[in-house]
Design a protein around this ligand. Structure first.
Ligand SMILES: Nc1ncnc2c1ncn2[C@@H]1O[C@H](COP(=O)(O)OP(=O)(O)O)[C@@H](O)[C@H]1O
Ligand SMILES: Nc1ccn([C@H]2C[C@H](O)[C@@H](COP(=O)(O)OP(=O)(O)O)O2)c(=O)n1
Length: 228
């Protein structure tokens, strides 16, 4: 009798805005040679497409239809630069990174039918040799059977400082105080919604990176996947 195939390994990295999920996930995926799922970019793409179509984000039916029909393509440039996100044929990468888009994503992400409509697309990223999945419910819902789970967090003030620096470097006009308010509002909505609330998955390794530099966070996460 042939042995059943081992499931494709998955490392989930969930956490609130600005905790470092995207940065750490990309670095760990590169180090392991695994695929990467930026699930937030999918929710942002739907929020963006709904906005472009003039859809009221509180209209659950219309937003769900948008989630079902929006074409989202991730394109890794040959020069190893930032992954481009093509939404309905338009490179929306820069628009998606704004806090406005983050807030729209957070709003539509609270609609159960939107999450259901995006479930299979997220699951389809699970391909050999492995997947690093970044988001809010990767370890609790989408890849609940994942072998390795991390919950990455940091203080709201530190996350606002990080986001402020990140967006300023992109040439965006932002204020630290408004970013802190937006981050706290998004934390509240993501953690208190009824469907797939943001919380550490059972058994997840919780890393508070408030005072830990990026390279040490990467090392800690890699040690979870490749101990010893
Ligand atoms: N441990 C850390 N210490 C300092 N800055 C960090 C740390 N982790 C991430 N950053 C920086 O914080 C910003 C936000 O990180 P990002 O990966 O976009 O967070 P998230 O995906 O959780 O929103 C980026 O500019 C990133 O380089
Ligand atoms: N798996 C996910 C990923 C994102 N979301 C929602 C909630 C988040 O506030 C928004 C944006 O997520 P994203 O990870 O891109 O945001 P940050 O980079 O953490 O600021 O989308 C979600 O509900 N579930």
């Amino acid at each position: 009798m042939t042995k059943p195939d081992k499931p494709v390994p998955v490392l989930t990295i969930d956490g609130p805005s600005g905790s470092g999920k995207g940065t750490i996930s990309r670095a760990v995926a590169d180090a392991l040679g695994w695929h990467l799922l930026d699930s937030g970019a999918i929710y942002r793409a739907v929020g963006y497409a709904a906005g472009m179509a003039g859809i009221d984000l509180s209209d659950a039916q219309a937003v769900t239809r948008c989630a079902e029909t929006t074409k989202i393509v991730f394109r890794d440039p040959r020069d190893g630069g930032e992954t481009r996100v093509i939404v309905n044929g338009h490179d929306a990468t820069d628009e998606l990174r704004t806090e406005t888009c983050g807030a729209a994503a957070s709003a539509i992400a609270a609609i159960p039918a939107v999450r259901a409509a995006l479930f299979d697309k997220q699951r389809s990223f699970r391909k050999a040799p492995g997947l690093v999945a970044d988001g809010r419910d990767m370890g609790t819902v989408v890849f609940a059977d994942a072998e390795h789970k991390i919950f990455l967090t940091a203080s709201a003030e530190e996350r606002a400082r990080r986001r402020y620096k990140q967006l300023k470097e992109k040439g965006l006009t932002v204020t630290l105080s408004s970013l802190l308010r937006e981050i706290e509002a998004r934390d509240e909505r993501d953690a208190t919604r009824k469907v797939a609330p943001l919380k550490p998955a059972a058994g997840a390794v919780v890393i508070d990176s408030t005072a830990i530099p990026i390279d040490q966070v990467i090392a800690r996460v890699l040690a979870v996947v490749r101990p010893g």
